[in-house]
Design a protein around this ligand. Sequence first.
Ligand SMILES: CC(=O)SCCNC(=O)CCNC(=O)[C@H](O)C(C)(C)COP(=O)(O)OP(=O)(O)OC[C@H]1O[C@@H](n2cnc3c(N)ncnc32)[C@H](O)[C@@H]1OP(=O)(O)O
Length: 399
Amino acid sequence: MSKQIQDAYIVAALRTPVARRNGAFRHVRPDDLLAQVLAAVAAAVPALDAGEIGDVITGCAMPEAEQGMNVARIGLLLAGLPERVPGVTINRFCASGLQAVADAAARIRLGEADVMIAAGTESMSAMPQIMGNKVSLNPAIFARAENVGIAYGMGLTAEKVAAQWQVSRADQDAFALESHRRACAAIAGGRFADEIRPYTVRAHVPGEDGTVRVIERVVEHDEGPRADASAEGLAKLKPVFAARGSVTAGNSSQMSDGAAAVLLMSEAALKRYQVTPVARFAGYAVAGVAPQLMGIGPVEAIPRALARAAVGLGEIGWIELNEAFAAQALAVMRELGLDPEKVNPLGGAIALGHPLGATGAIRSATLIAAMRRDPALRYGMISMCIGTGMGAAGVFERV
Ligand SMILES: CC(=O)SCCNC(=O)CCNC(=O)[C@H](O)C(C)(C)COP(=O)(O)OP(=O)(O)OC[C@H]1O[C@@H](n2cnc3c(N)ncnc32)[C@H](O)[C@@H]1OP(=O)(O)O
């Protein structure tokens, strides 16, 4: 087990709804999404002296696009947190939000802070070029042939995983269909109500007489899940990343916009504010894999995180496994023998969307809400695959 001087506890975890790229949050800035969830988690403990927040660590996978200027610091100032609260933006691509939770917990576990906020925000609407070729890579990285996969689009890495682990198109589509079914059932059953803070989008519409009207729309639910998803509809979709491939728009994660924040405290802060936490952050690990097989990253990260937390896989009752692509999620599940009933019980990124650097924090909100609902759920885990070839996993223990 990792050595630490004290435990880090999760007190609150809240998120925005997740909108489809160019959907409800098309004109909403990621720092505005972030500000709302930062204010909401800070307000979850009404007596909190916000000046005591040691840092706001925010994951963002593409901070160099239109999300720059240290989105963490801008977001916390927009949220009305005191100026003495610092903020740092971190990037571990798709695991950035989970890394933020791990880093915030580590600062508490080391005794460097008593109150921390971890967050994630991403607007894929704000970065139309990210899936293109405009990223400047050091050409020297390709001097070693095994690094060539770093240049692959994420979809192509999913094709590589599908081929190597022999994940059929039919299995990928069935997995995607189940993701939509579970997500739609969760929304219909109000299962996300406790973790989502509705977001009011305001549009300024100029009138002909020179006046400006403000139109408000409250976004309450995730936009991605499709009640009309069907096996036939999914089977009709053409592969998008390789002519003879099996990865389609239907069995890939959706590009999305969203944000989430998690409030963590030490035992001393819990006592001072008389707060009952939901969970303890029990362990975290990251691991590298071949870049062209990035989707398999959780296979290396999950056993390491379980070992650090001293928890057996069989004890984990709820697994939030990133569905970057059905192909890689299924390969990970088969390789590790994960129980499909315990993986993404409320759907995953194929249905719910995947705002890259925010997703780990968003999934934290879902896991914490599940732990709040179910006293029998002792251990939960979040695991992400990561572009350039990595995996990350974090273990949470209900307290
Ligand atoms: C480490 C990591 O996590 S890596 C992952 C990082 N993220 C990614 O790489 C993003 C992966 N996803 C993508 O790149 C994109 O979603 C793509 C390229 C697969 C698809 O993008 P788009 O073409 O914009 O998707 P869009 O939602 O418009 O769907 C395309 C078509 O498929 C249809 N479709 C999508 N899902 C379904 C479904 N479940 N059932 C039926 N039709 C569907 C859409 O209706 C649309 O049809 P239309 O063209 O007739 O309007």
